[in-house]
Ligand binder design. Structure first.
Ligand code: PTJ
Length: 244
């Protein structure tokens, strides 16, 4: 990493910029990924660049939902791979689920490069040959793996403003989103929206999954009984509106 000292007030966001830049040079991150990073930074700034109490609650609900799932799947794009592939790998291990590449700017070259990124840390990922299509979704994001998203009951979608979530829900799947923008189409349409930065949310999610994995199903179900995604989203929005 650069010469930026760890106690620099903007260390975290500078570190993320470097990871994204490096990802662009490697071809893992698409150029538009830099714009996505900028959008994220703006929202993160307004949220105080820390995990808010609402996000902690959203993470807890997401962890329980992942533990209760029959077949969860984690989907990754260029940005999430560049920012936190190791943390994603740890989360997948804690949940005991697969990781699937799902790209908007999909090319065989980028698929190979992202596959290689995970191979380097000992993981085989899905999404190399996407045999199925999410009905009615027109972008390349519609192409999914039969063994992954197609069969999954719970899908983790990160760092993506788009309509995949809406169409996944139409297929009857539960969607957990991690997105700093509570107004994004993904955050609005997801069953559970974690309004936080992936670099903080993914490790926290892993921690909660591990903590709750000792609990029985009845306890877990009871814990999420009164959860309202809309209420928590409203709280995240209100925090942004009050930011100064
Ligand atoms: O790798 P590909 O080809 O699939 O391309 C990915 C793109 C760039 C298309 C994808 O990331 C995307 O949809 O970008 P958008 O439309 O800019 O949406 C990104 C969303 O993620 C925005 O709502 C951002 O606020 C949010 N975001 C950006 N950085 C982070 C983030 N959310 C969580 N953590 C971040 N670090």
């Amino acid at each position: 990493m650069s010469n930026t000292p760890k106690n620099h007030p903007r260390y975290e966001s500078l570190m993320q910029r470097e990871l994204i830049e490096k990802g662009i040079h490697k071809g893992v991150v698409t150029l538009t990924g830099m714009i996505a990073q900028g959008r994220g930074e703006a929202f993160d700034y307004l949220l105080g660049e820390k995990t808010t109490p609402e996000a902690k609650k959203q993470i807890e609900i997401a962890a329980i939902t992942l533990l209760l799932a029959e077949k969860p799947i984690i989907t990754v794009n260029g940005n999430t791979t560049a920012l936190c592939k190791k943390e994603i790998a740890k989360l997948a291990k804690a949940i005991n689920c697969e990781i699937e590449i799902n790209l908007f700017y999909k090319t065989p070259k980028r698929i190979k490069l992202i596959q290689k990124e995970f191979k380097e840390i000992g993981l085989t990922v899905l999404g190399i040959k996407a045999q199925k299509k999410i009905p009615n979704l027109t972008s390349k994001r519609s192409e999914v793996d039969f063994e992954g998203t197609w069969k999954a009951d719970v899908v983790l979608v990160m760092l993506e403003d788009g309509d995949r979530t809406e169409f996944l829900r139409k297929m009857g799947k539960k969607v957990i989103a991690i997105d700093l923008n509570p107004f994004s189409r993904t955050a609005v349409k997801a069953n559970i929206s974690i309004i936080d930065n992936v670099i903080r949310a993914v490790p926290l999610l892993e921690k909660k999954v591990k903590e709750y994995s000792k609990k029985d199903k009845k306890w877990l179900k009871n814990r999420i009984k009164n959860f309202s995604n809309k209420d928590l989203l409203r709280q995240s929005e209100s925090r942004i509106r009050k930011a100064r």
